[in-house]
Design a protein around this ligand. Structure first.
Ligand code: GLY
Length: 241
């Protein structure tokens, strides 16, 4: 049954609840399709960036007031206070944000762009969510933008070969502002090998999304394995905007 056709751009928004108090975290946007220009099969996500210009502070406020706060209040009213991360999958339509789905976790690869921007200690925030003290939490974000490019193995999201040796990781991670998160890798005989579909998240932080994008691809180009591929346009919607 089709309930409603929602047209617009998808974005993700994250908040943290201690059962009573709820604080906004940040927004991000990922790229679900495997090919440049958002074509081809859906994947778990080929790259992401934060902040998401499609979700400015005024729309984050709408998301808090319309979705997050009522949800947390409803759980509390049922005697089942929700403590932890709330992840809204939103469609940003001409009529504002519409809720597509809820998750009780950080997104992948959205988490990889939220964490480099978070200045506060994540553990302190999660403990405050457990202890009911989020109203006193100190949440600070860097003004910088973060962008991650997923490096995958040829064939993904279908079948792919496993066990190819990855080179260039040391050089790439030595670049200031670069963090490479491992997703589908293994250590074998002193080498790092590709064993998953989505293998690495090459993440850059920069003053702007354009700067983070350029740095991320500089690092990507230093990393090699036989069947490696990635999208070359992560961030295009933000840059076009
Ligand atoms: N990037 C989408 C998800 O984590 O569900």
């Amino acid at each position: 049954m089709v309930e409603e056709l929602l047209e617009g751009e998808e974005a993700s928004f994250f908040a943290l609840s201690d059962g009573t108090h709820v604080i906004p975290l940040a927004g991000a946007q990922d790229h679900k399709r495997v090919g440049d220009g958002d074509v081809g099969p859906n994947t778990g996500g080929m790259g992401a960036y934060s902040p998401a210009p499609v979700l400015p502070p005024a729309l984050e406020q709408v998301a808090m007031d319309k979705f997050i706060r009522p949800t947390v209040a409803a759980f509390a009213a049922k005697g089942m206070p929700y403590m932890g991360v709330l992840y809204l999958g939103l469609m940003i339509t001409r009529d504002g944000p519409k809720l597509v789905e809820y998750n009780c976790r950080f997104g992948d690869p959205e988490c990889q762009v939220l964490m480099p921007r978070l200045e506060s200690d994540l553990l302190e925030l999660l403990l405050a969510a457990r202890d009911g003290t989020l109203d006193k939490a100190d949440v600070r974000w860097r003004d910088d933008a973060a962008l991650t490019v997923v490096m995958a193995s040829k064939g993904y999201p279908g079948a792919y070969e496993k066990g190819q040796v990855i080179t260039g990781l040391d050089k790439a991670t030595a670049l200031p502002g670069i963090t490479v998160f491992h997703a589908g890798t293994a250590a074998s005989d002193g080498n790092i090998t590709a064993v998953g579909g989505r293998v690495l998240n090459v993440t850059a932080i920069g003053a702007t999304i354009a700067e983070a994008q350029s740095l991320a691809y500089e690092a990507v180009d230093m990393i090699h394995w036989k069947d490696a591929f990635c999208r070359r346009d992560i961030g295009w919607r933000a840059l076009k905007r």
